[in-house]
Design a protein around this ligand. Structure first.
Ligand SMILES: [Zn+2]
Ligand SMILES: [Zn+2]
Length: 324
């Protein structure tokens, strides 16, 4: 059994029987990338099996929407289009009114803003739709945009890796600077160790990125799918900036804790909300690495506080003995 039929089986209510016609329709639909009208799907199905009626295709399409296999989208054309959600991350759309093609993107900043507004209004968001209507680059320039089409799952994985790599780089920069300003020998070793780890992770992520590029020769050139302005690397960049203003060892550890906590939260919360996919795994694995760093920093912070307290007591003692 391939992974798509396992996926469809997992969505079928317990006890309901498999239907040959429905399975055929679902499998044909899952093989498509892009946004199909119901009639596009009828044409595709008729090519496979003339005996399947239009009504059966329509009914199955509705079943797929209800089961969460298909998403219904309205591009303002007076009819609905459908896209599958299997390993296809949620996204927003750019819609070209000249060639009628649509392009997908996602933005962690827009999503954060939507959540902020919803939370402020005590609203539980279920779905948000963002469409940008206009003219695509290809239609404006007359040049074919070869890189526009791509498998969304690969684009998402590519961009998830780019975000993780950017975060590792700014983390590495942060720890390198922190190590250079820390006076406490043990605290300095902790920052050096973390810088080493970031370097190693960076190597692993870059290797994974190169592997991914092998799956699609044009992948690197395709337009950005996932936009993130600050996300987690912004946290480390702000932290590194703070270090340059001159801070003590405890403060440096505290800034590190804040950066890692923010980074862990971002990757965990963002990753958890996606359908199973390579991009989701990248986010969640990265979140785990950030949590390990966070725990190490918290431990070191407490130990340093303890060492400083003992140090102060030891310095005070000879004086108090002198007064006796
Ligand atoms: Zn166009
Ligand atoms: Zn779409």
């Amino acid at each position: 059994m391939d992974s798509t039929s396992a996926y469809v089986d997992s969505l079928r209510p317990a006890g309901s029987k498999r239907s040959g016609k429905r399975d055929l329709i679902v499998n044909v639909f899952l093989r498509q990338e892009g946004h199909l009208t119901a009639d596009d799907l009828v044409d595709l199905i008729k090519r496979e099996d003339q005996r399947i009626s239009r009504a059966t295709v329509y009914r199955t399409l509705q079943w797929m929407v209800d089961a969460g296999i298909a998403r219904k989208v309205d591009f303002g054309e007076g009819r609905f289009r459908f896209e599958h959600s299997y390993r296809h991350p949620r996204h927003f759309h750019l819609i070209c009114k000249t060639c009628n093609r649509s392009f997908e993107f996602l933005s962690s900043d827009i999503e954060a803003l939507v959540e902020e507004v919803a939370a402020a209004r005590g609203f539980t968001p279920r779905q948000s739709v963002l469409q940008i209507h206009g003219t695509c680059e290809g239609c404006q320039t007359g040049r074919p945009q070869v890189a526009e089409e791509g498998v969304p799952e690969l684009l998402f994985a590519r961009d998830a890796l780019r975000i993780a790599i950017a975060t590792e780089r700014s983390g590495l920069d942060f720890y390198t600077r922190a190590a250079s300003i820390t006076r406490d020998a043990r605290g300095r070793r902790v920052f050096e160790k973390l810088a080493e780890e970031e370097k190693e992770h960076l190597g692993t992520l870059e290797a994974r990125y190169r592997q991914l590029l092998e799956q699609d020769s044009q992948l690197e050139a395709r337009p950005t799918f996932l936009f993130f302005k600050g996300a987690a690397n912004g946290l480390f960049a702000a932290g590194a900036e703070q270090l340059t203003k001159g801070v003590d060892d405890l403060k440096a550890l505290m800034i590190g804790i804040r950066c890692e906590r923010g980074s862990h939260r971002f990757f965990k919360r963002y990753g958890e909300r996606f359908e199973d996919s390579e991009g989701k795994r990248i986010f969640l694995e990265f979140a785990d690495e950030e949590r390990a760093h966070l725990e190490l920093l918290i431990r070191e912070y407490r130990l340093l506080v303890e060492r400083q307290r003992r140090g102060r007591r030891a310095r005070r003692r000879p004086r108090s003995q002198a007064t006796v």
